[in-house]
Ligand binder design. Structure first.
Ligand code: FAD
Length: 457
């Protein structure tokens, strides 16, 4: 069969969409979150079910096409697209089902965190996710998953109960503790290396509301606040999560006008224990300094999950660099105090996620995520609409990262990295890397799934 014939067969057999260059939808269909990535795949398939996914995987393998799998399209290095190959975009696979007895949600691979929060909120149940509601559960969940519930309930990978996976040979299998346990292990942190996850089963936790919100301090207090924060969050109960940040205060609610567009440092807290104990749990930090402003109170979890959405719009130029750090040591705090204040605009900044608490108690070989001993994972990110200032912003990120990296733990969270080469991937999986390579050899020996933080077979 010629490529034209097999393409026609694929397109005719799909229940979902088949898009190629020249189609009216092509330009919007090829776009991903990061505008720096401008690639032109030959075909884009939007499956509606597992049968469509199998057909597209078989087609890619048989035709020798480079294959990208897209969940929410948020990968900053642009792994959700490619030049000249095929994209399987899961955006039409958004089915969810909550099982309140079992306390799980089954969510198809094209869901975003907003879709999952929407499905589980009426049951008073939630699962850990990322901090922006439009990010895909697929990429975020398979790479690790850090957010507002990391300390209380662990990483996203710690809450994956089971996954349905279409493998490189076109078979669809289940991966969980009992079925294909090696694949289940590798999926939880190994990213999109092992197949297309058409459906996730995620563990849910009772969470009728959270006590949460931001606290901001003037920059002159950076060093003393960070030092206090490091100890505070380390000694806090698991129920309290924290993300430390450098930011330019967005000009709008809830921030008072005098702080608008000012460079400041901040912490975003989330307490998942009894709401009436929230105020007491956050008080030591909320009173330290004192802060220039705080906006803490009870709220439904989905409200917290979308507070960053306005400063993470699609279509901006994004450049990110990241590392794990064992702790907020003196040189790390010094580096942040020097470069954090240079945050260029309201979309950019530094997020220092706490990865302690429940996430740290999982043994480092229990899933592919190795850095259970790193207390923090930081990401320095520049985002802007205007491509002409890209180089200046990239320099800020690179200088910042270079200053911190010698004092960091060695690897980084794979989902916060750009396309940085094999050594960096190996350093990020550390002692779990050989087992990941072995699993890759078993499930994808020809490396069909290679547009990702690639684990070469
Ligand atoms: P995509 O670009 O669609 O996919 C990324 C990778 O995952 C690709 O390699 C793709 O092949 C693979 N993939 C996606 N879905 C599947 C699937 N169903 N089966 C197999 N492979 C799949 N990370 C955090 O941990 N916490 C955060 O709070 C957080 N916030 C973010 C906010 C923004 C605005 C952005 C841009 C990113 C954020 N990230 C965060 C990083 C995020 O985890 C990664 O960008 C992740 O890759 C996004 O997943 P996605 O499905 O949206 O991306």
């Amino acid at each position: 069969m010629t490529l034209a014939q097999s393409t026609e067969t694929l397109a005719a057999g799909l229940r979902g969409d088949f898009i190629q260059a020249g189609d009216p939808e092509y330009d919007s269909a090829r776009a991903v979150h990061n505008a720096m990535i401008d690639r032109r795949p030959r075909f884009i398939v939007r499956p509606v079910d597992t049968a469509d996914v199998i057909a597209a995987v078989n087609f890619a393998r048989e035709e020798g096409l480079i294959l990208s799998v897209r969940g929410g399209g948020h990968s900053v290095p642009g792994f959700g697209t490619n030049d000249g190959g095929i994209v399987i975009d899961l955006k039409r696979m958004k089915g969810t089902r909550v099982d309140p007895q079992k306390r799980t949600v089954t969510a198809q691979g094209g869901c975003t965190w907003g879709d999952v929060n929407h499905a589980t909120e009426p049951f008073g149940l939630h699962t850990p996710g990322g901090v922006v509601s439009t990010t895909g559960i697929g990429g975020l969940g398979l790479g690790g998953g850090i957010g507002h519930l990391t300390r209380p309930f662990g990483l996203v990978v710690d809450n994956i109960v089971s996954a349905d996976v279409v493998l490189a040979d076109g078979t669809s299998v289940v991966a969980n503790e009992n079925e294909n346990p090696d694949l289940y292990w590798a999926l939880r942190g190994g990213g999109g290396n092992f197949g297309v996850v058409t459906s996730f089963e995620l563990r849910l936790h009772e969470l009728p509301a959270v006590y949460a919100g931001p606290i901001v301090w003037p920059l002159e207090k950076t060093a003393e606040v960070m030092k206090f924060y490091a100890e505070f969050i380390d000694n806090a109960p698991d129920e309290l999560n924290g993300i430390f940040a450098f930011l330019v205060v967005p000009p709008g609610d809830p921030f008072p006008e005098e702080l608008h567009n000012k460079n400041m440092c901040a912490a975003v807290l989330c307490y998942t224990g009894p709401i009436d104990q929230g105020e007491m749990a956050v008080r030591p930090l909320a009173e330290f300094g004192p802060p220039a402003f705080k906006h803490l109170g009870p709220m439904p979890f989905p409200a917290l999950q979308s507070i960053f959405d306005p400063i993470a719009p699609p279509g901006q130029f994004n450049y990110w660099k990241a590392d794990f750090v064992s702790d907020l040591t003196a040189p790390i705090i010094e580096g942040h105090a020097k470069f954090g204040p240079g945050t260029p605009n309201i979309f950019s900044g530094v997020h220092i996620f706490a990865t302690s608490g429940a996430a740290a108690r999982v043994p480092k070989d229990a899933t592919a995520w190795s850095y259970r001993d790193a207390k923090f994972s930081h990401v320095i990110h520049a985002q802007e609409w205007d491509a002409s200032i890209e180089e200046r912003h990239k320099k800020w990120v690179a200088d910042y990262w270079n200053a911190l990296h010698p004092h960091a733990a060695g690897g980084a969270y794979v989902n916060f990295m750009m396309d940085e080469g094999e050594d960096r991937i190996a350093a990020s999986y550390r002692d779990n890397y050989p087992r990941l390579k072995e699993t890759k050899r078993r499930y994808d020996p020809a490396n069909l799934f290679r547009v990702n933080q690639n684990i070469k077979p």
